[in-house]
Write a protein that binds this ligand. Structure first.
Ligand code: ADP
Length: 393
């Protein structure tokens, strides 16, 4: 059977990220982004082989952008597209793995919207547009939360009145599941361990950041909770704060919920701490030049990340290794070394040269000799979504 092609789609409220994944190749045959959808500046960018191109698509909505994409995808797939995999942020408690799209699955994603009011409706828009345009193709949804449905109850429950959980679904769900799953499988392969008998700490550090404890191929705890705001310091998200902060700000500054929400999600994290940028590369450069805010943001980021990893270690029977992934985890020797320096009690230490070498897609082990394994593993959520889609065809 010739290698199959899957189109992977990730829809935001005004954007579509896409990648055409061929099961036999690690490079995407086509990838890109449609952004500013619904506005006069809507534009489609794509990359095929080494070539980049773009097309203005003024006023295009999700469906119009996908129909512009269609001939590009068919061309890159040589007319042989086998299915579509959609990333969906929240699957609630209903979805523990990927699903073929049907009306009951669509209804369940719609029902989960109160848990992810920004993301699930946008994901649905993309699925519905794709169903109309690619009516003959099998379509699959892959949930960010599904991998974490194996958390034990003592890890997923908040210490809140039970009725909030039973009747309103207030519990910890976790996100980035597709990435934590992908890198923990790769880590086991790289270490010649069986996934079913391995024990990992994983740190996915992109614009959003989370940690995860993975035992025998299952998520046992993770730092994000009911929403992706809980846990680590992120690009613009605060991560953990005192849960009384809302009432404190309301009382002392008269802020309303929308203001507080916006501050915690968009103005906080690395951006808020540094007063400069949400982008780790810029912060590292500014730190080099002595910028106090950037220096502090990096210190807080690494310390809080290390604290989270130490907390996650409570869920492990032993430590086969710590995995760094995501844009920061894959590219920043500084963040890796500062974080690991706080984890001496776990016995972790890095090899300076190996740490410096693993950047820009280079995977490898970076621990100092005689210390527990530390791995840099580039994530590939699109590939994992394509593999999950293929598994269901
Ligand atoms: P997303 O979560 O949007 O997919 P990425 O995984 O691409 O984001 O991660 C983006 C983050 O990775 C940004 O903070 C960016 O500055 C950081 N990053 C990328 N390259 C480097 C680098 N060489 N050094 C430090 N940080 C980097």
């Amino acid at each position: 059977m010739p290698a199959r092609n899957i189109l992977v789609i990730n829809c935001g409220s005004s954007s579509i990220k896409f990648a055409l994944v061929n099961e036999a190749h690690s490079q995407f045959s086509l990838s890109g982004l449609a952004e500013r959808l619904g506005s006069p500046d809507a534009v489609l960018h794509w990359q095929r082989g080494g070539e980049k191109d773009s097309l203005m698509i003024p006023g295009a909505d999700h469906r119009a952008a996908l129909s512009q994409l269609l001939p590009l995808v068919q061309g890159a797939a040589g007319g042989k597209l086998h299915g579509i995999g959609h990333r969906v942020v929240h699957g609630g408690e209903r979805f523990t793995q990927a699903q073929r799209v049907d009306t009951s699955v669509l209804a369940a994603i719609r029902d989960t919207a109160p848990l992810a009011p920004l993301h699930n409706p946008a994901n649905l828009q993309g699925i519905e547009a794709a169903l109309k345009l690619f009516a003959d193709l099998p379509q699959v949804v892959v949930f960010d939360t599904a991998f974490h449905q194996t958390l034990p109850e003592h890890a997923y429950r908040y210490a809140l009145p039970e009725v909030l959980y039973r009747e309103h679904g207030v519990r910890r769900y976790g996100f980035h599941g597709t990435s934590h799953r992908f890198v923990s499988h790769r880590a086991a392969q790289m270490s010649e361990l069986s996934v079913g008998d391995s024990s990992w700490l994983s740190a996915h550090l992109g614009n959003g950041c989370s940690t995860c404890a993975i035992v025998d191929g299952q998520s046992r705890d993770t730092s994000m909770g009911l929403t992706p705001l809980e846990g680590l310091v992120m690009g613009t998200r605060s991560g953990d704060v005192d849960p009384n902060l809302h009432s404190h700000l309301a009382r002392t500054l008269g802020w309303d919920l929308a203001q507080i929400d916006r501050m915690l999600n968009q103005d906080a994290g690395l951006l808020g701490l540094s007063g400069l940028s949400n982008d780790m590369r810029s912060l590292e450069q500014a730190r080099e030049q002595g910028h106090a805010g950037a220096t502090l943001a990096i210190e807080v980021f690494c310390y809080r990340l290390a604290k989270s990893l130490a907390a996650m270690s409570c869920a492990l029977p032993r430590l086969d290794g710590l995995i760094f992934t995501g844009g920061i985890g894959e590219n920043s020797p500084l963040i890796r070394s500062k974080t690991v320096a706080h984890l001496r009690l776990l016995g972790l230490a890095l090899d300076k040269e190996a740490n410096a070498r693993c950047i820009r897609g280079v995977a490898g082990s970076i621990q100092a000799q005689g210390h527990p394994r530390v791995l840099v593993v580039p994530t590939n959520e699109e590939r994992q979504i394509a593999l999950d889609t293929l598994a269901l065809l």
